[in-house]
Ligand binder design. Structure first.
Ligand code: PLP
Length: 372
């Protein structure tokens, strides 16, 4: 079975379809080999690396349409560390979490702790979408813009009727840089760079509104215990100096900066959005017309344009298909491990070429015909 050889016409130029780590463009790596390499092994407290951080911050503000007063804050530890940082530093008393899968659930767990009231959790069936709702006493509303474990997307909008001063938290880890949005509809838009930003993991980045910065400052000044690594106030202070609290991965910052500049040079977030929309539409259309595949997310309005989940009927073993694809250098199409469905999951991040997604569906059809 694994010795099925997929014809060259169906082999993508780049066979990386994982949801993070994900495809890094050859041009980023080529730039890294020269300009990036010159920064490696040099101090993050000196101008060359601080200028790189500044390039990332300014580039992201431009990409996100320069929302007035917002700033880019960053720190080490990826989005998972940011959940704990938010729990210590940003949620005041009680949150409401909209959960459509694993990642949304993890933030709800981080907010279930001894110093906060138990969050209200709105739990949707995997593959569908519910909505946040105004609730008295809730100061923080949280959801994932793209739930990477299921491929469900949620629009970036404020909760109408929320208490004055309530903040919106958008887990944009796999959406940022691939889906256009209005930053004024959120306060804390956080992500990590190994998805649409085609970089490596280990960093968190957060676009923060003035209200979110004010909240972080107020909680930092209170008597709540906050570990320094998880202090968003400390991260804000360092970010304003184009630094991180502790040593960052310079290569991650460099690859991120290259991807942001590439997006801005080509038309920004609207352009990135149109690319991911076209690539994902090809997959959804293919699945809709396939004899053995169907989009897992049945409501087209809930479907993600950056992570496409496709169920196979029982006549086809998706794991066997993924295995043959992998043996032919088409990698990481496996479903989210805990979802436990007979499906493939394909990232259509901004770096991914539509032509490669078209080859991928050709490759899947070929493999299924051979597995028979
Ligand atoms: C990948 C992902 C995360 C986890 O990111 P890490 O940087 O590995 O901690 C969190 N949320 C979403 C929506 C993701 O896609």
């Amino acid at each position: 079975m694994a010795d099925i050889k997929i014809p060259a016409e169906f082999i993508p130029e780049d066979g990386r379809f994982g949801c993070g780590p994900s495809k890094i463009r050859p041009a980023q790596l080529a730039a890294f080999a020269t300009e990036g390499a010159a920064l490696m092994g040099t101090s993050h407290r000196q101008a060359p690396v601080k200028n790189l951080v500044k390039r990332v911050q300014e580039g992201l503000l431009e990409l996100f349409h320069n929302p007035t007063g917002y700033e880019i804050v960053l720190g080490n530890g990826g989005s998972t560390a940011f959940w704990d940082a938010a729990a210590f530093s940003l949620v005041e008393r009680k949150a409401q979490n909209l959960v459509h899968g694993e990642f949304g659930a993890k933030f709800a767990t981080a907010l279930t702790n001894p110093w906060l009231e138990k969050p209200t959790v709105i739990n949707g069936e995997p593959g569908s979408r519910l909505e946040l709702r105004a609730e008295a006493g809730v100061d923080s509303y949280a959801y994932a813009q793209n739930e990477t474990s299921t491929g469900v997307a949620t629009p970036v909008t404020r909760v109408a009727g929320a208490d004055a001063g309530a903040l919106m938290f958008t887990d944009a880890t796999s959406a940022a840089g691939g889906i256009d949005f209005d930053a004024n509809q959120t306060d804390v838009y956080y992500f990590a760079p190994q998805k649409n930003f085609a970089s490596d993991g280990g960093l968190w980045v957060s676009l923060m509104s003035p209200a979110a910065v004010e909240r972080a400052e107020r909680i930092a000044a209170s008597d709540r215990y906050i570990p320094e690594f998880l202090s968003v106030k400390t991260a804000i202070d360092n970010s304003r100096l184009n630094q991180t609290l502790n040593t960052p991965a310079i290569a991650t910052l460099f690859l991120l900066a290259e991807q942001i500049d590439w997006m801005n040079a080509n038309g920004g977030l609207a352009w990135a959005d149109s690319r991911t929309r076209a690539a994902s539409a090809h997959l959804y259309d293919w699945a809709e017309s396939s004899k053995f595949a169907t989009p897992f997310v049945s409501n087209p309005d809930h479907r993600s344009q950056v992570v496409v989940t496709i169920d196979f009927d029982e006549s086809v073993d998706a794991a066997a298909v993924a295995k043959v694809l992998r043996a032919n250098s088409i990698v990481d199409t496996d479903p989210y491990r805990k979802l436990g469905r007979n499906q493939l999951r394909v990232a259509t991040f901004t770096a991914t070429e539509l032509a490669d997604v078209q080859k991928l569906t050709g490759a899947i059809d070929y493999v299924v015909s051979q597995l028979g």
